[in-house]
Design a protein around this ligand. Structure first.
Ligand code: SUG
Length: 448
């Protein structure tokens, strides 16, 4: 094999908590103020990374961010020492303190959009961190995300980094969660599939009526231009607005693709038949044979898809060309979804194996297996240019588990966010982590 899809999973941060911050994400709002277990959350994530590494897949780690973000609290008028800033915010604006304390950067499918070198005009891998403009707690991620990505993919001969799009709803961008790349081989030319929830400058497109559409068409088009993609290798599709209203806040809650296969629900896209036909035609033009695996509403409803996160799965290519589907335990618990999965793997189709992971801590905030990973398709040469300290290994797994044991709490309730000691714990842990992962200085507290 000369090229790979590497998955970079978000390491869950020490402030992982349930603050109900994401209107439109049913799990997030329904678990508001439940107590979390950051230690368990981080370990559940590490288990998935290690298991996939052990199966022979390329696996890396993306570091969490400094939280609470005291810099944002200061920008909003809180002053004094760091401890005073946190105490004042806890008293006067607990919802803002919760937002700047979120460990939401763990969902690295939202960290950035990445175009592999097979698709770009200058034949480099292009990265654009997502502005995550729709939610305040997520909109503060991209500057640190950008620094961490540069520390991981530093070699300018192979990697090009762009700043996030303008921080404004017209260019709302949620990153790879709404982006899929189809190809025959990871380092050959492919077709990039951008899915948006609404068009900001064109009133002809329908809009959801209940929940927000986070990603715009205009953001997708801007990224395609920045990355140097050619029109004949790009497909834009709109999510069916009704499913956004049913809780499908990102496209990766209703479809997932890998290589030439798209696994998706019958109600994923507006004008679905046209979208699939365009994907088939454009992939054929670069030598690929598009395979659409569609799940009918009669077998799994959109509601069951949102509850189980069936489509927030990872499709991983095995050496024999068949695919493993990596699903959360919730799929096992919902009988109709589990029997569908059994039928799917026995159907003789491209997906022939299921792997189940317990990711409950993340799932309770609406983050399944696919949310936790950022995919980067890399050639062998590009992979050799990645900072090796972020790549999963037996050693790194042991070191990170020890690091979590040393620094993380096993319970965090809403009132704990008022504790200034949490900031000290987080900074101490991250300072050590930047040494483990050889990232240099990437956090605001390290840059002053
Ligand atoms: O942006 N949840 C995240 C979940 C992101 C899932 N990512 C993908 N589908 N790719 C979000 O809604 C909840 C935080 C809280 O409520 O405490 C949150 O941010």
């Amino acid at each position: 094999m000369t090229a790979f899809e590497a998955n970079f999973d978000g390491l869950v941060g020490p402030t992982h908590n349930y603050a109900g911050l994401s209107y439109g994400n049913v799990a997030s709002t329904s678990n508001e103020k439940a107590a979390s277990n950051p230690k368990l959350a981080a370990k559940q994530g590490l288990q998935k990374m290690k298991a996939l590494h052990d199966l022979g897949f390329k696996q890396g780690v993306l570091a969490p961010h400094e939280r609470p973000s005291v810099a944002h609290l200061r920008g909003l008028g809180f002053s004094g020492t760091d401890a005073e800033v946190i105490r004042q915010a806890a008293k006067q604006a607990p919802a803002i303190l919760a937002a700047v304390s979120s460990a939401s950067c763990m969902w690295t499918a939202n960290a950035a959009t990445i175009s592999p070198s097979g698709d770009t005009a200058d034949k480099r891998v292009h990265f654009t961190p997502a502005n995550l403009n729709n939610k305040f707690h997520r909109s503060i991620e991209h500057p640190t995300t950008g620094r961490i990505l540069k520390a991981m993919f530093a070699d300018e001969r192979h990697f090009a980094h762009h700043p996030a799009l303008p921080a404004q709803m017209h260019f709302g961008d949620e990153g790879a969660a709404n982006h899929t790349r189809f190809c025959a081989e990871y380092d050959a030319a492919g077709v990039e599939f951008f899915v948006f929830g609404q068009a900001a400058f064109d009133s002809r497109y329908p809009k959801p009526t209940r929940f927000p559409a986070r990603q715009t068409l205009e953001a997708c088009q801007a990224i395609a231009r920045l990355h140097g993609l050619s029109d004949d290798k790009v497909v834009y599709a709109q999510q069916d607005p009704d499913i956004i209203d049913a809780g499908v806040f990102h496209n990766d809650v209703i479809s997932v693709g890998n290589r030439n296969v798209l696994f998706h629900h019958q109600r994923s896209f507006h004008r679905q038949a046209e979208v699939l036909a365009e994907l088939e035609r454009k992939l054929a033009a670069v030598g690929g044979r598009f395979v659409a695996v569609e799940v009918p509403e009669a077998e799994v409803t959109v509601e069951e898809a949102v509850k189980s996160y069936l489509f927030n799965s990872q499709l991983l290519s095995k050496p024999d060309g068949k695919l493993i589907i990596v699903v959360p335990e919730e799929c096992h618990k919902i009988e109709r979804v589990w029997s569908f999965l059994n039928k799917l793997t026995e159907s003789g189709g491209p997906i022939d194996e299921v792997k189940v992971f317990d990711l409950k801590q993340s799932m309770q905030n609406g983050g399944g297996p696919a949310c936790l990973r950022l995919r980067v398709a890399l050639s062998q040469t590009e992979l050799a240019a990645v900072n090796p300290a972020v790549l999963m290994s037996e050693n790194l797994f042991t070191t990170l588990n020890g690091w979590v044991d040393k620094h993380y709490r096993d319970r965090l309730a809403a009132e704990d966010l008022a504790d200034p000691q949490l900031l000290i714990e987080c900074r101490t842990a991250l300072d050590e982590l930047t040494q483990i992962l050889k990232l240099g200085s990437v956090y605001p507290f390290q840059l002053v």
